[in-house]
Design a protein around this ligand. Structure first.
Ligand code: SF4
Ligand code: SF4
Length: 267
């Protein structure tokens, strides 16, 4: 899904891969290109990326998003998504890159973890029997491809921790894939775009919306334990919010049982 190197598309040779496909690659501090891939690039952020990065930086999503991201519309979806705001220096550096490496390495975004793999699951929904659809980004600047360490796509995903990211982002991925399957002239209202963005990315605001507006009164009572959890747990809140977006945007006639609107009171 995420393409860390959108601006360098012309140099990329896409090679379709599956989980069992192999490639040779190793990135380490002694490569001559160390950190070059962290400059002049587009890094799209997933909802779980925002959760990890804001926590790592000790910020709320309300503060993190305007400071570190800018908005783009995701191709073929009309959905807004945050892209890392690069520094205004000569090389358009990622704000977290230093000569010694990535300042937030443990909490780096999904796209940085996948690299040099790209994921096409949002461009083309996998069939039931497919585990994914990947491609190798072979850019001239990246000397990691000259190393001899061999990986399968599956092993790389495990090593980079993307399995966890993908499973927590699954509800959001489903929203994007569904929206992508709509006719391209299907446009969302500005209010819907803002609601989608808040529910998927600005979880601290969404939490306030849930607990401090009339939101809870519009539905049958929620499980009190669930409400306690989403008050403090961003991952549980993301699961709740993506189910809500799916029910509101795509399944109005048959929403998730949690989000059946209260029947109007008689009299
Ligand atoms: S080897 Fe590739 S991924 Fe590693 S620093 Fe160099 S350009 Fe970046
Ligand atoms: S977040 Fe870290 S790994 Fe990703 S581009 Fe920025 S410095 Fe590089």
């Amino acid at each position: 899904m995420t393409d860390k190197s959108v601006k360098k598309k012309a140099e990329i040779i896409p090679v379709q891969m599956t989980e069992e496909s192999t490639f040779k690659f190793r990135c380490h501090k002694d490569v001559s290109c160390f950190t070059r891939c962290c400059r002049g690039i587009d890094i799209m952020l997933t909802p779980y990326d925002v959760i990890r990065m804001k926590k790592c930086l000790g910020m709320t999503s309300d503060d993190f998003l305007p400071m570190y991201t800018e908005l783009r519309l995701l191709e073929k979806t009309d959905l807004p998504m945050p892209v890392m705001r690069l520094l205004d220096d000569e090389k358009k550096s990622c704000p977290f890159v230093r000569d010694s490496g990535c300042l937030i390495y443990e909490d780096r975004p999904t796209a940085c973890r996948y690299y040099p793999l790209g994921v096409a699951s949002l461009a083309q929904k996998p069939q039931e029997d497919e585990s994914g659809f990947y491609f190798l980004l072979q850019e001239d600047i990246c000397k990691g491809h000259e190393e001899s360490t061999e990986w399968t796509v599956k092993k790389w995903r495990e090593d980079q921790g993307v399995d966890l990211h993908d499973s927590i982002n699954a509800g959001w991925t489903d929203i994007v894939v569904r929206k992508k399957s709509f006719p391209q002239d299907h446009k969302l209202s500005e209010a819907s775009k803002q609601m989608y963005f808040m529910a998927c990315y600005n979880l601290d605001s969404f939490r306030t919306f849930v607990f401090e507006s009339t939101f809870l009164k519009r539905y049958n009572p929620f499980d009190p334990k669930l409400l306690e959890r989403i008050k403090v747990d961003d991952i549980a809140l993301l699961d709740f919010s993506t189910k809500w977006v799916t029910s509101t945007f795509f399944k109005r006639e048959n929403p998730d049982p949690m989000f059946r609107p209260l029947a109007p009171q008689a009299g």
